[in-house]
Design a protein around this ligand. Structure first.
Ligand code: C5P
Length: 228
């Protein structure tokens, strides 16, 4: 069977990663969570005081640090899913915190950060057989992807999902703070100059507000089967 590239883009916390991970496992493809890469750069920037008091990024200092930021993925044998590593340290849990979520969109709007991460993402997917999720996969990273999905859901549904996810992991969570964060990230992600979040013309839109995980999976597999 021929291998293809699958791009899954959409708004924050709309369940893209769950869909993408499940699909990749089912069809034996590599899964790449590009949000985790922007989150890892953000964690590094937080640890190295690379934010100004107003939350903006100290860009010239970050630019100097970029060569010291190495992001990789390793399969977690227990979960069967890849964990994110920052300079050899597993940061899978820490990058999901609200602190990182609150600082990630300004980092993702910095052109040299996007350039470096997009190059790494293109390299990870160069042999096809990849499911990649993010904001600009179908528009910038792999504009020729054979299957492009654009996922949406209401901000209430998305905030509730993120709240449930953090609670399940025993991490602190406040629904109102999360909803505010989800909406702020949507705004910055759709309004930034470089690769703003937008549906690629040839992407198929999926509003999953009312779908179960099993229903989404079925929907996705049927589109995949239709192409290969
Ligand atoms: O997908 P996730 O919510 O983990 O992404 C975190 C943030 O990283 C997004 O809000 C967005 O600012 C940024 N991002 C991006 N481009 C991608 C993936 C994520 O700008 N391809």
């Amino acid at each position: 069977m021929r291998k293809i590239t699958i791009a899954i883009d959409g708004f924050s916390s709309c369940g893209k990663s769950t869909m993408a991970k499940d699909l990749a496992r089912e069809i034996g493809y590599i899964y790449v969570d590009t949000g985790a890469m922007y989150r890892s750069v953000t964690l590094y920037a937080l640890r190295h005081q690379l934010f100004n008091e107003d939350g903006s990024v100290k860009t010239s200092e970050l630019e100097k640090e970029m060569p010291n930021i190495k992001i990789s993925f390793q399969l977690n044998k227990e979960t069967g899913r890849p964990d994110t590593y920052l300079n050899g340290e597993c940061v899978e849990q820490e990058i999901r915190s609200l602190e990182v979520s609150s600082h990630v969109s300004p980092i993702a709007a910095v052109p040299f950060v996007r350039e470096a991460l997009v190059a790494q993402q293109q390299n990870l997917g160069k042999d096809k057989g990849v499911v990649m999720d993010g904001r600009d996969i179908g528009t910038t990273v792999f504009p020729d992807a054979e299957l492009k999905i654009f996922v949406t859901a209401s901000s209430e549904v998305r905030a509730q999902r993120r709240f449930d996810e953090l609670k399940a992991k025993g991490m602190p969570a406040d629904y109102d703070d999360i909803k505010k964060n989800v909406e702020e990230r949507d705004y910055i992600d759709t309004h930034r100059e470089v690769s703003p979040l937008k549906k690629a013309d040839d992407a198929i839109e999926l509003d999953n507000s009312k779908l179960t995980i099993a229903e989404q999976k079925e929907w996705l597999i049927s589109h995949f089967n239709h192409i290969v």
